[in-house]
Design a protein around this ligand. Structure first.
Ligand SMILES: C[S@@+](CC[C@H](N)C(=O)[O-])C[C@H]1O[C@@H](n2cnc3c(N)ncnc32)[C@H](O)[C@@H]1O
Length: 386
């Protein structure tokens, strides 16, 4: 495979993250060819896929287009996939998995196209090399993605393999942690870029604090990862990847930040986990952690972003207690945080009403399949109760 060939690259993301992903892709100076709720299409080479995998904070997967074709039957699917030179891409002693999203009248068993693609690849490699790779459902080696909608199909090589949101720093997840890509998206929605102080009461396992530190330092998010889909491909060039990593490592080497990141939690165990995770991520020296009730979190004098992710009852916490908790959050924002901008990320809008303050903006997100909102509160002195 010619690794310099420019092709369409589909970058997938979680619901609600598309606009932040577009901004990230543009900031990295890649064109936006198309976008939809599940992702963004850009153009670039195999090497660009490596770059994107290293630098994107809000993406799930970077997918390099292999073939796009009309497909009206499983036989056509097999034929088209079998026509690709897989023997130059997947080692005959390697392992791969096929992931598919199928929405076509031609097929009613959604697992069947997976099997067809797998057979087409294995048969091709067997025919050309005399041996065959293994296949299964593990996504930690080569991953091939099929999208089949109506009479059109697309085959992609999945450059990330495992989701890019798995950064590898969260060794201790503690309770109800946010997915890293979602935490990055929430921070980008607040406009956080490191040029202001950030206060994170209820920081839990520290995901928001760690992602914030990485944004503030401009530290590439995938530096801790060594396993990507592309590292398993035959055309993977170790020296190119090494160069990308060396450049990425030089980026974001800050001993201190110009503005503080303050992260607190009532639970001592959460802070132990957060400190350890931050250490693994190499950003523990940039975050001021402490154990306290959120209302006692030290606030900077300068106007800062105060961002809270309280429990919202669907996974943790008792609803009655939480009503009181949300009321206390509202009182705290009103009484102690004037002059700052408050944000609450929650999946329970009934509980959010208990905050009792007027939101100036609501950003839609999903946490897993839970419909969530990031609520923004402008906290002038004398903020009106709603
Ligand atoms: C949903 S979790 C936050 C998860 C976090 N965003 C992460 O990614 O790990 C909510 C956190 O609020 C903390 N918490 C609950 N009540 C608190 C209070 N009164 N003061 C401070 N923290 C509190 C809990 O200990 C828990 O860690």
């Amino acid at each position: 495979m010619n690794i310099t060939e420019r092709r369409n690259i589909l970058i997938t993301c979680g619901p609600g993250l598309k606009d932040f992903l577009i901004k990230e892709v543009e900031d990295l100076e890649y064109p936006i060819v198309d976008s939809h709720s599940g992702g963004v299409v850009t153009k670039g080479s195999f090497v660009d896929c490596m770059q994107l995998s290293m630098h994107l904070r809000t993406a799930y997967n970077v997918l390099y287009l292999m073939k796009e074709f009309r497909c009206g039957s499983d036989t056509a699917l097999y034929k088209q996939v079998n026509s690709l030179a897989w023997e130059n891409i997947i080692d005959s002693s390697g392992y791969f998995t096929v992931v598919s999203q199928v929405d076509t009248w031609s097929i009613d068993n959604s697992m069947y196209p997976n099997l067809k693609v797998k057979d087409a690849i294995v048969d091709r490699i067997q025919r050309k090399t005399g041996s065959r790779p293994d296949s299964g459902s593990e996504r930690n080696k080569t991953v091939v993605n099929l999208f089949w909608k109506n009479d059109k199909a697309w085959i992609y090589l999945n450059m990330s393999g495992l989701k890019l949101s798995d950064r590898n720093y969260r060794k201790i997840p503690h309770k109800a942690p946010l997915r890293e890509s979602l935490a990055a998206g929430i921070l980008l929605a607040t406009g956080y870029d490191g040029s202001q102080d950030l206060v994170l009461p209820m920081c839990g396992s520290g995901t928001l604090a760690i992602e914030a530190a990485m944004i503030a330092m401009n530290k590439p998010p995938a530096l801790l990862r060594s396993n990507f889909g592309f590292t398993h491909l035959k055309c993977f060039d170790e020296s190119i990847w090494k160069d990308i990593r060396i450049k990425a490592k030089k980026q974001g080497q800050m001993k201190q930040l110009p503005h503080s990141i303050i992260a607190t939690d009532l639970d001592k165990e959460a802070i132990i986990a957060a400190k350890q995770n931050a250490k693994t991520a190499g950003v523990d020296h940039l975050i001021q952690f402490s154990v306290c009730d959120f209302s006692r979190t030290p606030l900077p004098d300068a106007s800062s972003i105060i961002l809270m992710n309280p429990e919202y009852g669907l996974r943790l916490g008792d609803l009655d207690d939480l009503e009181l908790h949300y009321k206390r959050i509202g009182d705290y924002l009103k009484q102690k945080c004037s002059g700052h901008t408050g944000y609450v990320f929650t999946g329970n809008m009934e509980l959010a009403k208990k905050i009792g303050l007027k939101t100036s903006q609501k950003y839609p997100f999903y946490n897993g399949n839970i419909d969530c909102r990031l609520l923004k509160y402008e906290l002038y002195s004398g903020t009106k109760k709603s």
